[in-house]
Design a binder for this molecule. Structure first.
Ligand code: LP5
Ligand code: MN
Length: 262
């Protein structure tokens, strides 16, 4: 899947792994403020916007947390295109989410053509091949049969199962089993897309890496604001440079995305 930058785009923002949920109100507030204020020309959300998404019927409750988030996206989408990809926490976001939020679903991976600069976008989890247990889990839960059976369960039961899987997932983290993306897979995706830049999230290890081919891999930060922990939050901003055809990527605090100075 390919997105071609519109002629007027000068800035494009990328965010991922916000893991929005009612238990982290400060993260939600920072995100809502960013959505209202950003002066970007397009926004790409590369997965795990939500902590968990157990089905679009979460939106049946107009006063619910998820409906509030959808309203915020819809307001932003009135000013600029909002694209999103699902992650490993919110892969059950369906067409109702897209319709009600007025946002545009992306396949994973997708390619952005930014005035001839081709950039591969992914959540990143599909390339964490060393995490064999996760890949097997992923194959199961991404199948149509599994999803139909899961979505047929009552909402409270789905929320319970999601809570259970989340706590299992957190419990294994101290064991250091958080795998990184497989470099050969990343290079293959870049080569297939004729791209020299890759942007992904998921690993919560924000950094910029050179790849063996000379291409670059930009890893997005997750967002987490919960005192007393040190806050983490970052927007990756792509900008047109004065020299035609050139571009830059920079990591910004979300509050710096509304100054008009960037
Ligand atoms: O998310 P994070 O960062 O903690 O870790 C991920 C992988 N974990 C997950 C699980 C998510 O955290 C929670 C998913 C919520 C989805 C809600 C909707 C559907 C819920 C239904 C689920 C049955 O993605 C983690 C990776 C890590 O990234 C790094 O890449 O290691 O992987 C896991 O923890 C998965 C385990 O390794 C395998 C778990 C097998 C459990 C099988 C139980 C099946 C029960 C089916 C019940 C119907
Ligand atoms: Mn993820």
């Amino acid at each position: 899947m390919e997105v071609i930058a519109q002629g007027h785009w000068r800035r494009v923002d990328f965010i991922s792994d916000l893991h929005l949920h009612p238990g982290e109100p400060d993260t939600h507030t920072a995100w809502a403020r960013y959505m209202q204020k950003t002066n970007t020309d397009a926004l790409f959300i590369l997965g795990d916007l939500f902590e968990v998404w157990v089905g679009d019927d979460l939106l049946d409750n107009p006063l619910g947390f998820e409906s509030e988030c959808v309203r915020i996206i819809r307001e932003t989408a009135m000013r600029l295109p909002v694209y999103y990809m699902v992650g490993n926490r919110d892969f059950l976001m369906g067409m109702r989410f897209a319709d009600e939020s007025h946002s545009i679903p992306l396949a994973d991976p997708a390619t952005l053509d930014f005035f001839g600069n081709r950039i591969v976008l992914s959540h990143g989890d599909a390339w964490c091949l060393d995490d064999v247990a996760y890949q097997s889990f992923r194959t199961t839960v991404r199948s149509q049969e599994w999803q139909s059976a899961f979505l047929a369960k009552p909402l409270p039961e789905r929320l319970d199962i999601a809570r259970h899987i989340r706590s299992q997932s957190e419990a294994k983290k101290p064991l250091g089993s958080y795998a990184d993306v497989d470099i050969a897979s990343a290079e293959a995706a870049l080569s297939a897309a004729k791209a020299r830049t890759l942007i992904h999230g998921h690993t919560h290890l924000p950094a910029t890496h050179g790849l063996p081919s000379g291409a670059e891999r930009w890893v997005l930060s997750d967002w987490h604001i919960k005192p007393p922990h040190t806050p983490r939050l970052e927007v990756l901003r792509l900008q047109n440079q004065a020299a035609k055809g050139d571009f830059s990527l920079s990591r910004l605090h979300p509050e710096l995305c509304d100054t008009g100075l960037n």
